[in-house]
Ligand binder design. Structure first.
Ligand code: SF4
Ligand code: SF4
Length: 81
C-alpha cells in the first residue's frame, strides 16, 4: 500500500496515541482516558492543527506506522478493543 499526504484517510488513527506511543516518548501530546489525544475531535479532526506538536508534523501519511494502523483498522482490530 502506498499513500501520499493527499491520500490521508483522515481516519485519525495516528491520533490514537494510547496505541501509537506504546514504548515511545511523544512530547506535547495529552492523552485522554480513552486513549485518544485530547485535541482530536471526530468531526473537526485535529483542533490545534496550526499549533500541533512537532511529533505530529513529522508523522507522515504512508509512513510504516500509518500503514500499520490502517491495516489494523481494515482487519477489524480496533473494533475488538
Ligand atoms: S495534536 Fe492533533 S495531530 Fe497531534 S495527536 Fe493530537 S489531534 Fe492528532
Ligand atoms: S493514520 Fe495515516 S491515513 Fe490515518 S489520519 Fe493518520 S496519516 Fe492519515
Amino acid at each position: 500500500m502506498k499513500l501520499t499526504e493527499e491520500d490521508c484517510l483522515s481516519c485519525g488513527l495516528c491520533c490514537f496515541f494510547g496505541i501509537l506511543t506504546a514504548g515511545k516518548k511523544w512530547q506535547g501530546i495529552e492523552i485522554g482516558d480513552d486513549g485518544w489525544c485530547r485535541f482530536y475531535d471526530p468531526e473537526e479532526k485535529c483542533t490545534i492543527h496550526e499549533e500541533r506538536p512537532e511529533v505530529c508534523r513529522e508523522f507522515k501519511t504512508g509512513c510504516p506506522e500509518c500503514i500499520d494502523l490502517i491495516e489494523k483498522k481494515l482487519q477489524g482490530w480496533f473494533d475488538s478493543k
